[in-house]
Every structure is written in structure tokens, then in C-alpha cells.
Design a protein around this ligand. Structure first.
Ligand code: FDA
Length: 304
């Protein structure tokens, strides 16, 4: 119940505004955010990236945001990402950049997202930077894949995220294997209707293994993006994670022990970092998907 409530709060602008104006509730969300978000500024992101690089982890950096409603805001977000690309290079940070296409135009117009994506890919190419497109709700899947395929046909420094839990994704995967970009395999964070989605289950984990296997069969670069220890152990046992073009990627702050163990075992690892002001939705997602997070969150609320 609490998980569904959090997901509903995340998507409800009135509720979000109420919480942001509440002197009691907002600090509880801010406290939760500290666990999942590096900070509100680009400098915060760069600083955390440097500290993780120093510990031996390459990172992915995301300037957090999605569903940007106006063209002006999309241009601002795209420009922030251009600054980020420059800072990554000038500070000598080992980082890819991840983002939602709806942050830079998809919620306004698909052609705006494509234009911004094309510009970002060109700038990133000059700065030897790799871009990873995130995957959003299923209503946007076709548009995101269309844009990826167009840009990926021109630039070889752009990759894509695929949600294993969508029934359509196996067909999508087989098509994506014809494009050069890295494929980041995730279980999927969005609540979709049961007709199009497979719930968290053994079946989903088997499917995840199948996706990994199909990528490896054609030697395609992948990111294994999961915190599921059992699934990861099986992936390691089968020798899937040993290849140089396979990496294990986790969100910052979720399973630091597990990513550290994987690094110590000699696997390629990467940590995913976020910075920015628009953290509210992301934090609600991370709280909702894991019961212990919800209990902690409720305990924090009771103590306000
Ligand atoms: P699962 O949800 O089955 O959880 C397995 C175990 O992991 C749990 O039992 C718990 O131990 C731990 N765990 C998982 N989530 C936790 C949390 N929030 N707090 C504490 N422990 C937790 N999704 C999407 O739809 N589009 C995208 O573009 C991306 N991008 C992305 C990038 C990267 C690098 C990662 C790691 C993940 C994403 N995701 C995503 C999110 C992904 O779809 C998924 O929702 C989360 O990774 C949680 O699923 P798991 O695979 O970790 O397993």
C-alpha cells in the first residue's frame, strides 16, 4: 500500500507541491534523498564522481529531470548537459552521461528531442564522452527507440537502456543488436499493465539471463544494471560478466557492498550518480521499490 501511495504521490503535482511546502514533510523526503542523490549542483556530481573514480569506479552521471513541459526548459536542460560534458573532460573524470529523452524534449515534441539528442551526441563525440539514453514509461518506448536508432546510425558514442520486464523487449533487443551502442539491461522501474509487463519473479530473472546470453552470443557491449544479488551470482557463475565489453552497473547508495565485492572480484563495474533539483520523483521510485526503504521512511515520518 505504501509503495503504491509513494508512486501516486510522485506523479501527483498537487501532492508534490503540498509536500514541498510542508515544513514537517519536506525534510523527511530530503533526508531520504541524501541517500540516493549526490547533491543539487553539477559540482556536487563532479565531486562525487571524482571520489568514486579515485576508489576505482567509473561512473555514469545524470542531471536529473524528466517530462520537461516547455521548449525553453528543454533547451536549458540540454545546455546543462553540454556543460556537464565539458566539465567531465576538463576535470579528467571517467564518466558516461545518462539522461531521459523527456528531459530534453520528448514531452514537448519528438523532433525537439531528436534535435537535442543529435546536438548532444555531436558535442559528446568531440569530447570523447559516451551517452546512455534511459528508458521511460511504455507509452514512450517507440519514440525513444526511434530516436536512438536514428542517432546511433550516425554516432557510435550513444547507448540505450532496455527494460527486460516489458513483453515487447525481446523483439526490441533483437533489433537493437543491429546498432552499435551499448545496451543497458534493467528489470524496469515503471508500473505498467499486466498485459504488457512481467512482474518481479523467477520468470523475469530467467528472461534477464536470456537477454544477457543473446547479447553475448553476438559479442555486443552491455551493462548489467541490477542490484539483485541472486541474479548477479548466476550471471557470474555462468561466466557472463567476464568479458571486457560487459560491465556491472548499480545506482549509487543502493548496494555499495555488492558493487564493491564485484569490483574486488575483478569485474568491470560502474556506479550511477544523480544530481540536480528535480529529485523528488526519482526518490519516490527508489523508496517504493524496496520494503526496508519504506519502513525507514515511515519511521522517519513518525519521528517528525
Ligand atoms: P529487484 O527490484 O528485483 O531488487 C533486487 C534486490 O536489490 C532487492 O531485494 C534489494 O536487495 C535490492 N534493491 C533493489 N532496489 C533497491 C532500492 N531502491 N533500495 C535498496 N535496495 C534495493 N529503470 C528504468 O525503467 N529505466 C531506466 O532507464 C533505468 N536505468 C537504470 C540504470 C541503472 C544503472 C540501474 C542499476 C537501474 C536502472 N533502472 C532503470 C531501475 C531498474 O529498472 C530497477 O527498477 C532497479 O534497478 C531495481 O531492480 P533490480 O534489478 O535491482 O532488482
Amino acid at each position: 500500500v505504501a509503495a503504491n501511495a509513494l508512486k501516486r504521490i510522485a506523479r501527483n503535482d498537487g501532492m508534490k507541491q503540498y509536500i514541498q511546502n510542508s515544513k514537517d514533510l519536506y525534510p523527511v523526503f530530503q533526508r531520504a534523498a541524501k541517500r540516493f542523490i549526490t547533491g543539487e549542483t553539477r559540482e556536487d556530481g563532479i565531486q562525487r564522481a571524482r571520489s568514486l573514480n579515485d576508489k576505482g569506479y567509473p561512473v555514469s552521471l545524470e542531471y536529473i529531470g524528466e517530462n520537461t513541459a516547455t521548449k525553453e526548459e528543454c533547451v536549458k536542460a540540454k545546455n546543462e548537459m553540454i556543460e556537464l560534458i565539458g566539465d567531465i573532460q576538463s576535470h579528467g573524470i571517467d564518466s558516461k552521461i545518462s539522461f531521459d529523452l523527456s528531459h530534453i524534449g520528448l514531452s514537448v515534441d519528438e523532433s525537439l528531442a531528436l534535435k537535442h539528442m543529435d546536438e548532444l551526441a555531436g558535442v559528446a563525440k568531440q569530447h570523447v564522452c559516451y551517452l546512455m539514453i534511459s528508458m521511460e514509461e511504455s507509452a514512450k518506448t517507440n519514440s525513444i527507440l526511434n530516436i536512438y536508432k536514428q542517432v546511433s546510425s550516425i554516432y557510435n558514442n550513444v547507448g540505450i537502456t532496455l527494460q527486460v520486464n516489458l513483453k515487447r523487449s525481446l523483439d526490441d533487443l533483437r533489433e537493437l543488436l543491429h546498432f552499435p551502442g551499448k545496451i543497458r539491461l534493467v528489470k524496469g522501474a515503471y508500473k505498467e499493465s499486466p498485459e504488457i509487463m512481467i512482474q518481479r519473479s523467477e520468470e523475469l530473472n530467467h528472461r534477464y539471463l536470456q537477454f544477457v546470453q543473446e547479447c553475448l552470443d553476438v559479442n555486443h557491449p552491455i551493462s548489467i544494471a541490477t542490484h539483485d544479488e541472486k541474479l548477479l551470482n548466476e550471471i557470474k557463475k555462468r561466466g557472463y560478466a567476464q568479458k571486457s565489453n560487459v560491465e556491472i552497473e548499480m545506482l549509487d547508495g543502493i548496494r555499495p557492498d555488492l558493487i564493491n565485492q564485484s569490483k574486488e572480484e575483478g569485474y568491470n563495474t560502474r556506479v550511477y550518480l544523480l544530481y540536480g533539483l528535480e529529485w523528488f520523483l526519482y526518490v519516490c521510485h527508489r523508496l517504493a521499490e524496496n520494503p526496508p526503504n519504506i519502513y525507514q521512511f515511515i519511521a522517519d515520518m513518525v519521528n517528525v
